[in-house]
Design a binder for this molecule. Structure first.
Ligand code: UD1
Length: 335
């Protein structure tokens, strides 16, 4: 079976490609490398001993995408490609709407032209917006977000749901990720954003590696047990495996299905920092700073549906996440 992975050179995409290749799938990657490095493809090959086909094109390039579908017999698509920086999306909304919506619409048109009916989509817990109580459950209204990035996820979920209504043979699994962190155990793949990281774990990694002076914890006065925000951090390899389970589910079902991928546990920024220090035997310089605009105090997943429908459960611990993140950050500094 051949799977097209858009954005397959990115953080979650590359880990998913590794799991697909290890499970015996044929993989074709489409990635314009706008936020990924070309050597990720070599690293995937080093880890798996297999070389996925790679096409460095943007997913909104209809001609290019048609050529890819013409060249391979693609049975299913996992769609990661998209811009993902929350803060940047507030400053550049048009770029975010254009890129994320265009790439999805183009992909759907090409899939339709080539009779491909199975899609797994990279959505986000951000679609639950600020008004739902946690833990978030899939049947809660997921129709809001706090940034243009988040709104593209809400809109794409809507587009895919409407598409499924019009095409009863189509299956779209909307995977709502919580906070993926951690890295591949080889130390070759991980979250390595360009410039200064926005997200917590890559920032911690750069501080630990001495590339940034100290971590600022955004807010110490939230109504949480230790005053810092709580999130549902999950290991990126668990998340990658969730995509394989979703792919299997899509093969045997039709319609749109939203599924949370999280551990079901909330932990605070301070708890994560403490776990990182303990497992890696180091002190992490940090200070408590002001709150960051748009942050919610606390949210985590109700992960029951993923277990019931997909037979998926997160297995890695917070310690695994902190250890592998540091191994990756160390290696990245050296290379
Ligand atoms: C955000 C997005 C989410 C997106 C995810 C990954 C929203 C509401 N959330 O999640 O949709 O999928 O990024 O791109 O749009 N923190 C610090 N110091 C730092 C960095 C972060 O204290 O230097 C704290 C934050 O305040 C937050 C926690 O760490 O409490 C996690 O932040 P982050 O990793 O940026 O993820 P989210 O904001 O939860």
């Amino acid at each position: 079976m051949t799977v097209l992975v858009t954005g397959g050179a990115g953080y979650i995409g590359s880990h998913t490609v590794v799991e697909l290749l290890n499970a015996g799938y044929e993989v074709v990657i489409v990635d314009d490398l706008s936020n990924a490095k070309a050597d990720v493809i070599d690293r995937i090959q080093t880890i798996t001993g297999k070389s996925p086909a790679f096409h460095p094109i943007n997913c909104a390039d209809k001609g290019g995408l048609c050529n890819v579908f013409r060249s391979y017999n693609i049975n299913a698509v996992i769609h990661f490609a998209g811009f993902k920086a929350v803060g940047e999306s507030v400053k550049k909304p048009l770029e975010y709407y254009r890129n994320n919506l265009d790439s999805t619409l183009t992909l759907l048109e090409v899939m339709e032209a080539f009779d491909c009916h199975k899609l797994v989509f990279s959505s986000s817990a951000t679609v639950y917006g600020p008004n739902n109580p946690h833990p978030y459950r899939e049947e809660m209204p997921a129709i809001q977000s706090s940034s243009p990035y988040g709104w593209t996820k809400v809109m794409i979920e809507r587009i895919l749901t409407d598409y499924c209504t019009a095409h009863p043979e189509f299956s779209a699994i909307l995977l709502r990720y919580f906070n993926p962190i951690g890295a591949h155990k080889s130390g070759l793949l991980g979250d390595d954003p360009n410039g200064i990281p926005n997200n917590l774990m890559p920032y911690i990694g750069r501080v630990a590696a001495g590339q940034l002076e100290k971590l600022t914890i955004f807010g110490g006065d939230y109504e949480t047990p230790d005053g810092t925000c709580q999130r549902d951090y999950l290991h990126v390899v668990d998340l990658a495996i969730g995509h394989l389970k979703a792919l299997e589910y899509a093969q045997n079902n039709s319609g749109a299905e939203a599924i949370n991928l999280g551990t079901g546990n909330g932990i605070s920024v301070l708890e994560l920092v403490t776990a990182f220090e303990k497992v890696n035997n180091m002190k992490l310089p940090y200070e408590i700073g002001p709150r960051r605009d748009g942050d919610l105090p606390a949210f985590w997943a109700d992960a029951t549906k993923a277990k019931e429908l997909l037979g998926w459960e997160a297995t890695h611990t917070v310690e695994d996440m902190c250890k592998s993140s540091w191994e990756f950050a160390k290696k990245s500094k050296e290379s």
